[in-house]
Design a protein around this ligand. Sequence first.
Ligand code: AMP
Ligand code: ZN
Length: 112
Amino acid sequence: MDDCLFCKIAAGTIPAKEVYRDDAIVAIEDINPQAPFHVLVMPVKHFANAGVLADADEALLGRVVAAASRLGRGSDPLGYRLVVNTGAHGGQTVDHLHVHVLSGRAMQWPPG
Ligand code: AMP
Ligand code: ZN
């Protein structure tokens, strides 16, 4: 995807603060953090959202969620939140699947 921000970040052509990378996954610090710890975990390859990746490669979706869970677990002993905004009503603004990992403060419910 030539015009996808997160494809460019995953490829290294746009800089970001990477906190994790393996052969298929990259995690970066969110540029506008909503909690003391806020990172985004995404596949290197482009998938528009969680449903698309679920249909295309369930194992990779599992790996993304597992990586996000481990980053969350390591970030705050009191817990963390994973968020996957999906589509316009889901609040998704970048159409390259990413899992938000938020921690470092008590989260509220319901979300906005
Ligand atoms: P979403 O609204 O769920 O699609 O999340 C997109 C996230 O990407 C937001 O939390 C933004 O702050 C974050 N974001 C946008 N541009 C960048 C960037 N260049 N580097 C890191 N995070 C970004
Ligand atoms: Zn992309």
